[in-house]
Ligand binder design. Structure first.
Ligand SMILES: NC(=O)c1ccc[n+]([C@@H]2O[C@H](COP(=O)([O-])OP(=O)(O)OC[C@H]3O[C@@H](n4cnc5c(N)ncnc54)[C@H](OP(=O)(O)O)[C@@H]3O)[C@@H](O)[C@H]2O)c1
Ligand code: HEM
Length: 493
């Protein structure tokens, strides 16, 4: 029994890191990060308004080294920490916290040890993050600076922002995790920001010891980005989603009324409603929406080219709306893919003479044979467009994009993407062509109101402009020069 105890102590000692870290706050995060630190052998001293060792011991009962943990008053924990202090309290309490520390500091005890405060807070729900200019970490930094200069002390305190993007659950999850996949993929990254290089180095070392990967993103002013990152949930998806859904709705309504108004085959609205098929309308409007959204993605680039040609330089900032458009092309592209998927699934379920009679050879009054050549062309162009679209969509997933070099990525996104636009347009045009070839006399209103023709106006415009900017030498050379950083005189454009 004695031997066993000896061995246990040896193992624990070999794991021990001779460093005391203070954690202020015994809430969810304080406990979670404390578990991780204790697990890796750090000595943890909690600073609490109501030190309660029994409560904390209960929190850590699944760890076998709670003896390296202590809980005391906030100032005492601060004072006993070697260097690092993790501030796990809400930002509302920062002023109290700073006052408590500063009221106990004087010329004599402030000489002892410098402190690195790891500031982990997130923005509060009540914060208006659109107008925020200063982060919580910067606020804390200036609170300390003010008080230190008021007291005329020479006490180095460095604030490092970090950990706010990892939640309390994930930081200690690996302790209980038994799932192989989760264990092999648990490489958590901790972006950090701070003004002092040595302080950041210390935090980077801490992260590496406790099995995390720190990523220095710059000075303390970058911490606002880290705080906003948690607030702006799917922010870049907001406008693309809204525009795509509204656009789909408009298309749906257009499909619905357009057929009745322009074909006038059923003479009354009641008759029209009897023939109504919801599936058919969703198929048509999702196809239309998908093709236009895809064109919209590449139109952004075309407008950017025109803008740069106009000003003869790449150094003039794009207007905000264009900048936003260029930044959200991925989201628009993925919505195009989403609508293409709806279109394809519903089309495949309904490709039969009841829904698409014109795609099949008529063998009798109510009987149909194989597909016509036109029907086959429609299907083939549709299938190939969709397969290529899958490739383009996959290459916009970060992990896949990272595995491609720039040329490969550009080839898939630009060349294959544009080829999709071309094939999609052919898919529509071949349907329009059948309607056109069946006309006994030219009816301009009929031709111009065909959705299958309208559906390719924008894609064709984008394809033609892309072709001109890419292959019409005087323009493509000028764009190339601008992109290489040269200034092309406006009068030459
Ligand atoms: N929870 C998460 O997943 C998560 C993720 C990222 C970032 N964060 C950030 O971590 C910080 C703590 O979050 P939490 O979830 O741990 O909050 P919490 O569970 O509410 O705990 C906060 C702790 O702060 C201490 N406290 C409360 N009032 C105080 C005061 N007036 N002065 C000093 N200390 C006070 C309390 O500890 P004592 O009773 O021991 O004094 C309390 O347990 C927050 O800034 C939050 O934004 C949390
Ligand atoms: C397996 C692949 C596909 C099949 C089977 C298919 C099938 C169809 C069908 C049945 C229609 C409706 C014809 C009608 O009733 O008038 C249609 C129309 C259309 N499809 Fe596809 N399609 C495919 C892929 C695609 C893709 C990937 C796109 C876009 C990127 C697309 C864009 C369109 C457009 C714009 C229309 C015209 C919509 C309208 O008339 O308003 N299709 N397709």
């Amino acid at each position: 029994m004695n031997e066993m105890t000896e061995i246990r102590i040896d193992i624990e000692n070999s794991n021990k890191i001779n460093e005391k870290i203070a954690i202020i706050g015994t809430g969810n995060y304080g406990v979670a990060i404390g578990k991780r630190l204790l697990h890796f052998g750090y000595e943890v001293i909690y600073g609490s308004r109501n030190p309660n060792k029994e409560y904390l011991k209960k929190c850590f009962q699944d760890l076998n080294n709670t003896y390296q943990m202590d809980v005391t008053s906030i100032y005492d924990a601060w004072n006993r920490a070697d260097n690092l202090v993790i501030l796990a309290i809400s930002v509302d309490n920062y002023e109290n916290f700073v006052s408590e520390i500063m009221s106990s500091l004087n010329e004599k005890n402030s000489q002892k040890k410098s402190k690195i405060i790891i500031e982990i807070s997130n923005l509060k729900d009540s914060d208006n993050f659109k107008t925020l200019k200063i982060s919580n970490a910067e606020k804390l930094n200036s609170l300390f600076k003010e008080k230190i200069s008021e007291k005329n002390l020479n006490y180095p305190i460095h604030v490092v922002k970090g950990f706010n993007l990892i939640n309390a659950h994930s930081i200690s999850l690996f302790l209980y995790e038994t799932n192989k996949t989760n264990l092999t993929n648990c490489d958590l990254t901790v972006p950090i920001a701070g003004n002092d290089r040595h302080a950041k180095q210390k935090v980077i070392e801490l992260c590496s010891i406790i099995g995390l990967k720190a990523n220095d993103i710059g000075l303390l002013k970058s911490s606002l980005k880290l705080e906003l990152a948690n607030k702006l949930t799917f922010d870049e998806w907001k406008y693309p989603t809204l525009i795509s859904l509204v656009y789909f709705f408009v298309n749906f309504v257009w499909e619905f009324f357009h057929n009745f108004i322009f074909t006038k085959k059923p003479t009354t609205f009641d008759e029209y409603m009897k023939k109504f098929s919801l599936m058919s309308f969703i198929i048509k409007s999702s196809g239309f929406t998908s093709l236009y959204l895809l064109a919209f993605v590449y139109l952004g680039h075309v407008i950017a080219c025109i803008y740069q040609l106009k000003y003869g330089t790449k150094y003039k900032k794009f207007p905000k709306w264009l900048d936003q458009w260029l930044k959200t092309r991925k989201q628009f592209g993925l919505w195009a893919f989403m609508f293409a998927t709806i279109h394809v699934i519903l089309s495949i379920m309904t490709i039969n003479p009841q829904y698409s009679a014109s795609w099949f050879k008529k063998t009798g009054n109510y009987t149909y044979g194989k597909m016509t050549l036109n029907g086959e062309m429609n299907t083939l162009t549709g299938v190939f467009t969709y397969l290529l679209l899958i490739l383009v969509a996959l290459s916009s997933i970060n992990s896949i994009a990272n595995s491609l070099n720039w040329n490969e990525w550009n080839f898939v996104q630009a060349k294959i993407g544009l080829f999709c636009l071309l094939l999609g347009s052919l898919h529509c045009f071949s349907m329009f062509y059948r309607q056109f070839s069946e006309m006994t006399q030219i009816d301009l209103v009929f031709i111009l109101t065909r959705t299958k023709l309208i559906a390719i106006w924008l894609p064709c415009l984008v394809l033609i402009l892309r072709f001109i900017f890419g292959y019409f030498r005087p323009l493509s050379k000028r764009i190339e020069n601008i992109r290489n950083g040269q200034k092309v005189k406006i009068d030459k454009v």
